[in-house]
Design a protein around this ligand. Structure first.
Ligand code: CMC
Length: 429
């Protein structure tokens, strides 16, 4: 039987080292023993952007980027999107198994009964300028929640963690809706205990008058599925931020604020917003070839295309494309969909995109649906964050419960000046 190890020969010294291979990886610390002499610090690996570094063992989400596979706890994303609710999926992600009927009812009850936020959170949100970006308000308000729950600092107490997890999943929709209404100059609508998660959220967002009808069930279901599709995505930029901040034993509110900050960037969760701006800028099908030319010259990126992990069609984008049609039947077709479909067709036939394995990602179509539902472009990343909250929390919990984990603290390759002597300012010339 093959030996599960690798042998490295250090050509600097002629020495060989046998390093065990476990789960398809070597332990980076094993490299440290490879030294030129006793004074040498030992070998490190250099990996900007962590392209080939596993920072953790995890049992939550599996992705095969080459094959376009995404599974939460072993269940394929298309099955969950089709048959499970977002809260059912959140339970699965957090606890490892799908809930039975009783567990699900209790979970839904618990999430529903933590949606109220302290009155001061209303004041806090009201303090932002009318044109503040929703994601800036969202990041800050998540951080502010930390001050209301000082006991959340007990991150090694499982019961306490469970309570904060419920609070964060519940209050996220209330905070997001308050932010939206503040930016529109509308009064806040309080959560209702008789509504499901997505319906409660849409009601808090859009209700104008007491007698207004409930949100359309098709839109509620679409919102719920969109949350499910975003619920986790293993060690992406924001999840890594969550784990890194959590590794210092900071409470989950500030860790989630940090994760949301990472999500805000246009290369991550901010991409859905950028896709819409891009489609508007292109404006019509006939302007696409010229735009693609600019992308190929390196002047701009095609937003909503490409992914660090998926080198095949993003399975989430496929599902989103399907729900777009259902939403359009209720609210009317978003004219930008024609531009998006043609842009995708052209890109998928073009050697520039084919050779780089650039396919539409989750953000390519999600913004078109959000916009058709009447949501303003700059709130899109907040919607991504609502969906991702169970994933962040599950990954955070896995990290703080993992005995192999330590405070995150990467190494660097120092290439700066060697020691030099201080020169007073008058003598610096
Ligand atoms: N448009 C044009 N060219 C691209 C794009 C794009 N969207 N993405 C990558 N490339 C090119 C890039 O220029 C490079 O070409 P070359 O080899 O000639 O230099 C090659 O493809 C590899 O790109 P990379 O930047 O090394 O790839 P990465 O894995 O570091 O980046 C990415 C992944 C998602 C940041 C990138 O594809 C991107 O910027 N996409 C647009 C933003 C976007 O849609 N982000 C949402 C990601 S999915 C949701 C989420 O997880 O947040």
């Amino acid at each position: 039987m093959a030996d599960n190890s690798i042998t490295i020969t250090d050509n600097r010294t002629g020495k060989t080292y046998q390093i065990p291979v476990e789960n398809g990886a070597i332990n980076a610390m094993a490299l440290r023993g490879i030294k030129v002499d006793d004074t040498d610090f030992g070998l490190m690996s250099y990996d900007p952007g962590y392209k080939n570094t596993a920072s953790t063992k995890s049992t939550i989400t599996f992705i095969d980027g080459e094959k376009g596979i995404l599974r939460y706890r072993g269940y394929p994303i298309d099955q969950l999107a089709k048959s499970a609710s977002f809260l059912e999926t959140a339970y699965l992600i957090l606890f490892g198994e799908l809930p039975n009927q009783k567990e699900l009812e209790q979970w839904e009850y618990d999430i529903n009964h933590h949606t109220i936020v302290h009155k001061n959170i209303e004041k806090f949100v009201s303090g932002f300028r009318y044109d503040a970006h929703p994601m800036g308000m969202f990041v800050s308000t998540l951080g502010a929640l930390s001050t209301f729950y000082p006991e959340a600092k007990k991150v090694h107490d499982p019961e306490n963690r469970a309570l904060q997890i419920k609070r964060l999943i519940s209050k996220t929709i209330t905070v997001a809706a308050f932010i939206y209404r503040h930016s529109k100059g509308m009064h806040y609508i309080y959560p209702r205990n008789d509504l499901g998660y997505a319906a409660n959220f849409l009601n808090m967002m859009f209700r104008m008058t007491e007698d207004q009808a409930m949100p359309d069930p098709v839109l509620v279901r679409a919102m719920d599925v969109l949350f499910t599709l975003h619920a986790d995505h293993e060690q992406n930029c924001s999840t890594t931020a969550m784990r890194v901040i959590g590794s210092s034993e900071a409470d989950p509110y500030v860790a989630a604020a940090g994760a949301a900050a990472a999500l805000y960037g246009p290369l991550h969760g901010g991409a859905n917003e950028q896709v819409l701006r891009m489609l508007r800028e292109i404006g019509s099908v006939k302007a696409i070839p010229e735009y693609v030319k600019r992308v190929k010259s390196g002047e701009i990126r095609l937003m909503g295309f490409g992914h660090r992990v998926y080198k095949n069609y993003d399975p989430r984008a496929k599902i989103i494309k399907e729900i777009a049609d259902q939403v359009f039947e209720v609210v009317g077709k978003n004219p930008l969909i024609d531009v998006a479909i043609e842009l995708e067709r052209i890109a998928l036939e073009d050697d520039y995109f084919v050779s780089r394995k650039l396919y539409p990602n989750v953000d390519f179509y999600s913004g078109i649906i959000y916009q058709a539902m009447g949501l303003p472009v700059d709130i899109f990343p907040v919607l991504f964050a609502i969906g991702r909250m169970p994933g962040w929390l599950s990954q955070w919990q896995e990290n703080v419960s993992d005995n192999e984990q330590k405070i995150a603290r990467p190494r660097q390759l120092y290439l700066g000046s060697d020691e030099r002597q201080f020169v007073p300012v008058a003598k610096r010339g």
